[in-house]
Write a protein that binds this ligand. Structure first.
Ligand code: FAD
Ligand code: DLZ
Ligand code: SF4
Length: 518
């Protein structure tokens, strides 16, 4: 009787807790393409193609290394369509003495796994996912008794724990923990970021692309530019290029936006990291090495390491700490439907149109587009959190509930009432103008505050502040905004509010069928 080891689609590493220490002759690995996972939201076509292709490549790699892999394809005749159904069928086939599986990264799938011990005739062991650097218990111990779960303090603990950029005396290299203030440079005309490596679809990927076009042709997004790494070797090549060519300027231009320039100096590694193709400690070691060898300044390297051992680990801990309530939080009582243009890209707002174009073409937009353009608009316009969650979960190739949800509910929408962010990331057109080249050729005028042709972010900003005054005025980081508002006088305030309302009234709500099967 073998041990059955199901490997989920975002667990694609040989260094998985369920494989470690196992021998090949008494192990059957099970990998499953299932309808339920492909359709719980209508994922971008590239996201499904990426996951299926990476799964198929990983299965081939495991077989080549001598493992027995039972791989269930989406269109296999008896495919039951769910993880639970497929594990049950595999138990029928192999009569294993136990199932060893690594805990799912998402609440939804973890709930399924929790039922397995009662459902199945054999033993079921659910193992911790030690690819994350901070265990659930460690996060809970850190969170215990804290009024605010401030990322910065979590991050400092992670620096001490991992030793990255630490001096022998326990102080941070360079004397400061966080160099974010050096990482806010606007784009320069002379910027010329080197292109990242693009990976031509091989036969496996081409077959998957055909499958996705056939089965999920009505999902959002284009498959024309499928260029993601789908194997560990390719992901490492992508990482090599980042550390050789882009990390130097990663820090300074982290918040910059340039029309038509989709990668800038970002690593573009999130899809590979989330699938399990890259190892977090190795990435951080390489970043640190770039600093030690004088290939990148401290602000770039610290910024990169902070995203990985700080933000990424923090949002994962935050997710498990607040689930399942997190997904229904709506502290600002935002009720508006998501506008249709999030799906079509048909809007005259040039910043939104470009961010949505990149999303449609690449299943990717970089952080500041997600946060300060797409997210900021959703916040200011009062889009209900469920619609925004569905959109962000569906459209990005790196999107999984555990990472998307805290970013949407906590970071962009302030729907958790300020647990993640100490104030809403609300900004008028001025911020976007400062950090991008979008506004110069926009149909709207960023310097016009109200009325016909005014940048919609301007009146929406004040509409947001005004309608949420009860909740926000007591926040010491934002409260003083209201004295500016009050000083404007009744007539000016009315102009802002009317302009915002006219704009909001003009928005066409999206049909629900874009995000979910109805
Ligand atoms: P880089 O800019 O090169 O950053 C390096 C790495 O740091 C990323 O690959 C990622 O692993 C990590 N990272 C950076 N910021 C965050 C963050 N806020 N949370 C978690 N990890 C972070 N990231 C996802 O992986 N999946 C998502 O579904 C996702 N949804 C998001 C939704 C919103 C509203 C926002 C504001 C951010 C979201 N992010 C998400 C975080 C971030 O935008 C992406 O990780 C990043 O854009 C990926 O591109 P990159 O690999 O070039 O990142
Ligand atoms: C996102 C996704 C999709 C689209 N399809 C599958 C699949 O068919 N099989 C699979 O194992 N995983 C898939 N995934 C990723 C899973 O949803 C992910 O592993 C879990 O959500 C983790 O909780
Ligand atoms: Fe966006 Fe306003 Fe600038 Fe147009 S003017 S690109 S809508 S910020």
């Amino acid at each position: 009787q073998p041990i059955l080891v199901p490997i989920l689609g975002d667990q694609l590493t040989r260094n998985l807790a369920s494989l470690r220490g196992r021998t090949q002759d008494d192990t059957v690995i099970l990998m499953m393409e299932v309808w339920d996972e492909a359709t719980y939201v209508k994922h971008h076509k590239q996201k499904i193609a990426l996951i299926f292709s990476a799964m198929r490549h990983f299965a081939a790699e495991l077989r080549e290394a001598g493992w027995t892999v039972d791989y269930i394809k989406l269109t296999d005749a008896d495919n039951s369509g769910s993880f639970t159904g497929e594990v049950a069928r595999a138990i029928g086939r192999y009569d294993p003495r136990a199932v060893h599986v690594v805990e799912a990264s998402e609440w939804r799938v973890h709930q399924m796994q929790d039922e397995w011990p009662d459902k199945f005739v054999c033993d079921v062991e659910i193992l911790p996912d030690d690819r994350f650097l901070c265990s659930h218990a460690e996060f809970e111990a850190w969170a215990e008794g804290r009024k605010h779960l401030t990322m910065e303090y979590f991050y400092r603990e992670m620096r001490k724990k991992t030793g990255f950029l630490m001096r022998g005396d326990g102080k941070p290299v360079g004397g400061e923990w966080n160099l974010d203030k050096e990482n806010r440079q606007p784009p320069k005309d002379s910027m010329d970021p080197p292109a990242r490596p693009k990976f031509e679809p091989d036969e496996i990927t081409r077959e998957v692309i055909e499958l996705v076009e056939g089965q999920f042709g009505n999902h959002f997004g284009s498959l024309e530019h499928f260029e993601w790494p789908v194997t560990r070797a390719q992901a490492e090549e992508a990482a090599d290029a980042f550390f050789a060519e882009r990390i130097e300027k990663f820090g300074p231009y982290q918040d910059a936006m340039v029309h038509g320039s989709d990668d800038l100096y970002h690593s573009m590694l999130s899809t590979s990291i989330n699938l399990g193709l890259l190892d977090l400690l190795e990435l951080c070691e390489r970043a640190q090495q770039a600093y030690e060898e004088d290939n990148a300044p401290l602000n770039s390297v610290e910024g990169f390491i902070r995203q990985i051992i700080g933000w990424r680990e923090y949002v994962r801990g935050f997710y498990w700490h607040f689930m399942p309530e997190l997904e229904s939080r709506n502290a600002l009582n935002a009720q508006r439907a998501l506008p249709q243009f999030y799906w079509t890209g048909e809007t005259d707002m040039r910043c939104m149109a470009d961010s949505i174009r990149s999303t449609r073409e690449n299943a990717h937009a970089h952080h500041i587009q997600r946060l300060m353009v797409l997210g900021n608009f959703a916040l200011l316009a009062g889009i209900n959190p469920r619609d925004v969650q569905d959109w962000f979960l569906a459209v990005y190739a790196d999107a999984y509930d555990w990472v998307e949800l805290p970013n949407v509910v906590g970071m962009i929408l302030y729907a958790d009432g300020g647990k993640l962010a100490t104030k809403p990331y609300a900004a008028s057109g001025n911020y976007i103008n400062k950090m991008s080249d979008y506004c110069k050729q926009c149909r709207y005028s960023v310097s016009k505050k109200t009325g016909e042709g005014a940048c919609p972010f301007n009146p929406l900003y004040w509409h947001f502040m005004d309608r949420n005054r009860d909740q926000l005025e007591s926040n010491h980081r934002i409260g003083r905004i209201y004295s500016t508002w009050d000083r404007m006088g009744e007539e000016k305030r009315r102009e802002y509010l009317d302009s915002a309302e006219n704009f909001l009234d003009s928005l066409q709500p999206a049909s629900k069928g874009w995000a979910r099967y109805t």
